[in-house]
Design a protein around this ligand. Sequence first.
Ligand SMILES: Nc1ncnc2c1ncn2[C@@H]1O[C@H](COP(=O)(O)OP(=O)(O)O)[C@@H](O)[C@H]1O
Ligand SMILES: CC(=O)N[C@@H](CCC(=O)OP(=O)(O)O)C(=O)O
Length: 248
Amino acid sequence: MVNLIIVKIGGNAISKLNSDFFEQLRQWRQAGKKVLLIHGGGPQISKLSAQLNVPTHKENGIRVTDQETLALTKMVLLGNTQPALLLRLAQEGLAAIGLNASDQQLLTGTYVDQAAYGAVGSITGVNELALSKILNGQVGVLAPLALTRDGKWLNVNADTAAADVARLLKASQLYLLTDVPGVLKDGKVISAMIPQDLPQLIEDKVITDGMQPKLSAAVRAVHAGVQAVRITDQLTHPGTTLKMEAND
Ligand SMILES: Nc1ncnc2c1ncn2[C@@H]1O[C@H](COP(=O)(O)OP(=O)(O)O)[C@@H](O)[C@H]1O
Ligand SMILES: CC(=O)N[C@@H](CCC(=O)OP(=O)(O)O)C(=O)O
């Protein structure tokens, strides 16, 4: 999709969005870019799980999702984090629409490893025509859930969802907004990375927890032709930029 910018906003980052963020979105819209926001909600899902005494179990940053957790995940993403983000956009005067996999079959997915993770998926298809029409007129706000071909809901890590959608639509840019200013090593932001840097950083335990699926997803996106993936806490801060080549 021409001129598409995808921004993933982690659950922690939603409440911390500042005026620079909304100004950047306005500028992109005025310049004729299509803007798709894919939101997380992981901390909010974990919080509600704890309140309801449902144990949270994560493997490599991925929530193991049984049917009870799936129901709770849908409730939080579609009933809490998405409307919170839509409200902020409306207050900032940005036309936006909330979207999920069941709207015009926007996202199709498959199980990652049902035995290990339960109802966790990756995205295999996007209804590009429908999405393109929607994004002509407004900012899209999409939940990280997919539907299998036979109508089963899947919980998708939001970084993976954003990177999969960016890859499938050949977005020009992907931003992964989070609660840290970039990928940190010894307390400093690594400003530039290439895919080959990742295995060693994981082995050295520099990159752990949620940063691991984030970077794996980012690597898949650049391999598929997304020019640059930025991991940052603000759209206006460079953070860590991942590209195929160091001086590309
Ligand atoms: N090398 C690293 N640099 C920065 N953050 C890291 C690193 N390794 C692990 N992390 C963790 O990854 C977190 C970001 O991932 P995650 O919690 O999934 O965020 P989000 O909810 O925004 O997707 C950071 O808050 C930090 O705790
Ligand atoms: C399969 C899986 O792990 N799904 C994630 C979806 C939300 C998410 O990724 O939110 P953040 O970006 O805020 O972490 C989860 O259940 O937490």
